[in-house]
Design a protein around this ligand. Structure first.
Ligand SMILES: [Zn+2]
Length: 83
Protein backbone atom coordinates (compact mmCIF):
# COMPACT_ATOMS: atom_id res chain seq x y z
CA UNK A 1 0.00 0.00 0.00
CA UNK A 2 0.98 3.57 -0.39
CA UNK A 3 3.48 4.65 2.14
CA UNK A 4 3.44 8.17 3.31
CA UNK A 5 6.01 9.82 5.47
CA UNK A 6 3.59 12.11 7.23
CA UNK A 7 3.13 11.76 10.94
CA UNK A 8 -0.13 11.97 12.76
CA UNK A 9 0.00 13.39 16.26
CA UNK A 10 -2.04 12.18 19.19
CA UNK A 11 -2.28 13.55 22.66
CA UNK A 12 -1.97 10.71 25.07
CA UNK A 13 -2.36 10.79 28.82
CA UNK A 14 0.93 10.53 30.54
CA UNK A 15 -0.32 7.87 32.87
CA UNK A 16 -0.95 10.09 35.84
CA UNK A 17 -4.19 11.98 36.04
CA UNK A 18 -3.93 15.16 37.97
CA UNK A 19 -6.60 16.07 40.45
CA UNK A 20 -7.10 19.36 38.71
CA UNK A 21 -7.44 20.34 35.11
CA UNK A 22 -5.11 23.25 35.51
CA UNK A 23 -2.08 21.35 34.31
CA UNK A 24 -3.46 19.41 31.36
CA UNK A 25 -0.39 20.20 29.30
CA UNK A 26 1.79 18.39 31.83
CA UNK A 27 -0.37 15.30 31.85
CA UNK A 28 -0.51 14.73 28.16
CA UNK A 29 2.28 14.07 25.81
CA UNK A 30 2.21 14.35 22.07
CA UNK A 31 2.74 11.03 20.32
CA UNK A 32 3.62 10.87 16.66
CA UNK A 33 2.52 7.90 14.59
CA UNK A 34 3.67 7.40 11.05
CA UNK A 35 0.77 7.55 8.62
CA UNK A 36 -0.61 4.06 7.95
CA UNK A 37 0.71 2.62 11.20
CA UNK A 38 -1.35 1.59 14.16
CA UNK A 39 -2.23 4.47 16.43
CA UNK A 40 -2.20 4.26 20.25
CA UNK A 41 -5.85 3.21 20.18
CA UNK A 42 -5.32 0.27 17.86
CA UNK A 43 -6.81 1.97 14.84
CA UNK A 44 -4.96 3.06 11.76
CA UNK A 45 -3.37 6.46 11.78
CA UNK A 46 -4.16 8.38 8.62
CA UNK A 47 -2.77 11.83 7.97
CA UNK A 48 -4.99 14.57 6.64
CA UNK A 49 -3.39 14.39 3.21
CA UNK A 50 -4.27 10.72 2.83
CA UNK A 51 -7.67 11.12 4.43
CA UNK A 52 -8.60 13.63 1.74
CA UNK A 53 -7.29 11.42 -1.06
CA UNK A 54 -10.01 8.98 -2.21
CA UNK A 55 -7.48 6.80 -4.00
CA UNK A 56 -5.41 6.32 -0.88
CA UNK A 57 -8.47 5.67 1.26
CA UNK A 58 -9.68 3.08 -1.24
CA UNK A 59 -6.33 1.35 -1.09
CA UNK A 60 -6.41 1.29 2.69
CA UNK A 61 -9.92 -0.10 2.69
CA UNK A 62 -8.92 -2.84 0.25
CA UNK A 63 -5.93 -3.66 2.41
CA UNK A 64 -8.11 -3.97 5.50
CA UNK A 65 -10.67 -6.12 3.71
CA UNK A 66 -7.91 -8.47 2.65
CA UNK A 67 -6.65 -8.62 6.22
CA UNK A 68 -10.17 -9.34 7.48
CA UNK A 69 -10.51 -12.16 4.96
CA UNK A 70 -7.20 -13.62 6.08
CA UNK A 71 -8.34 -13.54 9.68
CA UNK A 72 -11.62 -15.23 8.82
CA UNK A 73 -9.73 -17.93 6.97
CA UNK A 74 -7.41 -18.46 9.91
CA UNK A 75 -10.34 -18.75 12.28
CA UNK A 76 -12.04 -21.28 10.02
CA UNK A 77 -8.96 -23.37 9.46
CA UNK A 78 -8.25 -23.37 13.18
CA UNK A 79 -11.63 -25.04 13.62
CA UNK A 80 -10.68 -27.87 11.25
CA UNK A 81 -7.44 -28.44 13.07
CA UNK A 82 -5.11 -31.24 12.13
CA UNK A 83 -4.45 -32.77 15.51
ZN1 LIG B 1 -0.52 9.95 4.82
Amino acid sequence: MTTCQNKVSYYEPNGRFAATFTSVADDYREVFVLCGNTDPHGARAICETCASNPQVMQEIQRHEETAAKDNAWLRRSAGWGEI
